[in-house]
Design a protein around this ligand. Sequence first.
Ligand SMILES: *[C@@H]1O[C@H](CO)[C@@H](O)[C@H](O)[C@H]1NC(C)=O
Ligand SMILES: *[C@@H]1O[C@H](CO)[C@@H](O)[C@H](O)[C@H]1NC(C)=O
Ligand SMILES: *[C@@H]1O[C@H](CO)[C@@H](O)[C@H](O)[C@H]1NC(C)=O
Ligand SMILES: *[C@@H]1O[C@H](CO)[C@@H](O)[C@H](O)[C@H]1NC(C)=O
Ligand SMILES: *[C@@H]1O[C@H](CO)[C@@H](O)[C@H](O)[C@H]1NC(C)=O
Length: 326
Amino acid sequence: MECVSNKHVFIFMFCLVFLTPLVCSQLYYNFYNRTCPNLNKIVKDNILSAIANDSRIAASLLRLHFHDCFVNGCDGSVLLDDTDTLKGEKNALPNKNSIRGFDVIDKIKSDLENACPSTVSCADILTLAARDAVYQSKGPFWAVPLGRRDGTTASESDANNLPSPFEPLENITAKFISKGLEKKDVAVLSGAHTFGFAQCFTFKPRLFDFGGSGKSDPSLDSSLLQNLQKVCPNQADSDSNLAPLDPVTTNTFDNTYYKNVLSNSGLLQSDQALLGDNTTSALVTNYSKWPILFFRDFAVSVEKMGRIGILAGQQGQIRKNCRAVN
Ligand SMILES: *[C@@H]1O[C@H](CO)[C@@H](O)[C@H](O)[C@H]1NC(C)=O
Ligand SMILES: *[C@@H]1O[C@H](CO)[C@@H](O)[C@H](O)[C@H]1NC(C)=O
Ligand SMILES: *[C@@H]1O[C@H](CO)[C@@H](O)[C@H](O)[C@H]1NC(C)=O
Ligand SMILES: *[C@@H]1O[C@H](CO)[C@@H](O)[C@H](O)[C@H]1NC(C)=O
Ligand SMILES: *[C@@H]1O[C@H](CO)[C@@H](O)[C@H](O)[C@H]1NC(C)=O
């Protein structure tokens, strides 16, 4: 309890006595104000130097937060290494050979353990890192509610069930709804494909064998198709080659993604699929026109995502090392 301020203890006790635990697994914007006053600066400085070293890392960190929250909730489970007794998420298919950013989280954690030992959870570090990665890529800033605690388990099988770019929109939407999000959030959070890169295997069927047709996806812009076929020739050894998700402003978090989708230049099948539904397609059009609307809605959706299945109060633990349960 030493890492929780008196006010939080009071609110926690109040919740315990008067309200249901469901209402009360709460997060607070100023959760670490007194216990770790340099938190924001430590995260920010690390994200700035990580991006300076590798601009692609910003998108990787946002994806890491997404893959944490959609599996077991935002509890840092994705950060756990496999052990003899714990089969982690890092080797699940959607993560293996593609999930990145662990070194950045480790460095932030080690700086924080020096500044305020056993205080800040790995789940909160990941949430703040994702926010700063977006903001430092010229995207929106939003306040991050804090106080998540770290889980002591992970689930490889749940990680294998993460939304996939090969699934139809209805299936992806169903997975979002099962996490308490909605169809709008699919359109909004897909906007994360405005920066970063994807490996060829995630969109190759669109180039050579769309839906088993032996032909390319007729909805893909033809000059983009030609470029992509050069980056990802039709042979297995090109599977891990990289193509930018947004070839126009690759390292910038902006609304260009939605302009790309509207001009049949979304990279993934799931990007293009947003046009096949009236609700998501209207959102794509609106975000392509109004970047501020996209920024506002993205901040709302990502904060909502950051509340999925959190541990708070006395649940879970504060890991000392993000890769291992204490
Ligand atoms: C304390 O938290 C508030 C948000 O509730 C924030 O605006 C303020 O900057 C924080 N102060 C410090 C010293 O971190
Ligand atoms: C810089 O980025 C590369 C590529 O992601 C990574 O392998 C390396 O560890 C990073 N170096 C530092 C000092 O962060
Ligand atoms: C989509 O969901 C349906 C119903 O759950 C399932 O039968 C189908 O296999 C899924 N499609 C894909 C491509 O995952
Ligand atoms: C979607 O929009 C089209 C064209 O505006 C309309 O014909 C169709 O009925 C709409 N579908 C649904 C399910 O609302
Ligand atoms: C898109 O913007 C128009 C014009 O402001 C609005 O009427 C419509 O409801 C918006 N569509 C969605 C899905 O938000």
